[in-house]
Write a protein that binds this ligand. Structure first.
Ligand code: MG
Length: 408
């Protein structure tokens, strides 16, 4: 029996939440990200802003040049996490086999539910309607027999899309897309393929796995061979781990400048901490995941003797781990930050050496999270952590940068 996988992706998520919370912004180009005039990037933008050629990960100064009359907002991460959790709770009503892969995306495994829930397309329609009614947000759904194809399907229908691709349709569906839409095929891969005169999915599919491996390296060749056929190349993790909380982002184009990787890590650290706080969780291990341009992966983690108390702490550890696994020049296509050994904050904290200190720090972090939500503009401590540095030296003076990473 074919599996039935949904990939669900909220449309222009951060910007949509801003338009929802402030109806005066509806229909206007809304750009969420760093403050114009800083070195930061666009985190998310509304579809109105995309008409000006703005997209996530674009330098904010460039976005501002293209659309000076746009509405520029600093991310309110805690509000987005709250809305994300409301959406995920609705999705969980449809199936317990829910795997959240980022703040605004999830996979649902609906295999074998036809008799109970109805045809997949109808289920997707109900799911979209419920999310819109209960949260006001629009999302796109892709339905296919594996995660990879479902992800590409949801992307192809945006915004407010619903695209189902059966196994027989997979090749035709992919042939109708530009090669760059093959998820995971970045700029560098496209260049390399163009050198080999491969410019379409159809052309890519005509090569054997052996030849692709010899041309693109073992991991890259295996990936491309499967991707071109709409088979799952294993780009997404198999199962959600119950006792870990993580967020990751795949860059639209591979990154090799430390600044944008740091900004992504900062954004992810804040997402992870906000989820820990909102869920009343605590954790003592930080994990960093990197996927390089050639699809090879590395994961590294560090465990503390105390519970993590702030996103700064997670960020600092992530930077430390980055130093262990990144040479500063290899292009990176994905970064992930997570926490492992997650337990309920209500459980007794036997491992805590200084419980009073912990409570104090935690309360401060909760206050900072709430404050960030209210003030939106935050040169607090976060921005000062972003500096152009390698090694352990703190940056001199406050860096003016509120940038965040690309996901939604
Ligand atoms: Mg999205």
């Amino acid at each position: 029996m074919d599996r039935v996988i949904f990939h669900v992706d909220l449309d222009a998520f951060y910007a949509s939440v801003e338009q929802l919370d402030n109806p005066a912004l509806k229909g206007r180009p809304v750009i969420v990200g760093a403050r114009p005039g800083t070195r930061g990037v666009v985190s998310a933008c509304s579809y109105e802003a995309r008409r000006y050629g703005i997209h996530s990960a674009m330098p904010i100064t460039q976005a501002h040049r293209r659309c000076p009359h746009g509405v520029y907002l600093i991310p309110r991460m805690e509000r987005y996490v709250e809305m994300s959790e409301r959406v995920m709770a609705i999705l969980a009503d449809f199936t317990p086999a829910l795997q959240q892969i980022s703040i605004d995306e999830a996979f649902l495994d609906l295999t074998g539910t036809r008799r109970l829930l109805g045809a997949p397309r109808e289920v997707a329609g109900r799911l979209k309607a419920r999310v819109r009614e209960e949260t006001g947000l629009a999302l796109s759904v892709g339905i296919a027999a594996n995660k990879y194809l479902a992800k590409i399907a949801s992307d192809s229908g945006k915004p407010d899309g619903l695209v189902q691709v059966s196994g027989e349709q997979a090749a035709d569906f992919l042939d109708g897309l530009p090669l760059a839409k093959l998820w995971g095929v970045g700029e560098k891969t496209l260049e390399r393929l163009a050198e080999l005169n491969i410019t379409t999915v159809h052309e890519l599919r005509s090569f054997s796995e052996d030849i692709l491996c010899s041309m693109m390296g073992e991991a890259g060749g295996r990936f491309l061979y499967r991707a071109a056929r709409g088979q799952d190349p294993g780009i997404f993790p198999a199962e959600a781990k119950s006792r870990s909380i993580s967020s990751e982002v795949t860059f639209e184009t591979d990154r090799k400048d430390e600044g944008s990787i740091r900004r992504a890590l900062l954004d992810l650290s804040q997402q992870v901490m906000a989820r820990l706080i909102r869920g009343r969780w605590q954790a003592n291990t930080v994990t960093l995941k990197l996927r390089y341009w050639d699809f090879s992966n590395t994961t590294v983690q560090k465990t503390m003797k105390h519970w993590l108390t702030s996103s700064d702490e997670i960020y600092r550890m992530a930077i430390e781990l980055l130093g262990e696994r990144w040479d500063g020049s290899t292009p990176v296509r994905l970064v992930g930050v997570g926490t492992a050994n997650v337990v309920s904050a209500d459980e007794p904290r036997q491992r805590e050496l200084f419980p009073d200190e912990y409570d104090k720090k935690r309360k401060v972090e909760e206050a900072v999270t709430r404050l960030r939500e209210k003030m939106a503009d935050l040169p607090l401590t976060r921005a000062s952590l972003l500096g152009k540095r390698r090694g352990g030296q703190p940056p001199r003076g406050p860096a003016k940068d509120g940038g965040a990473s690309p996901t939604p």
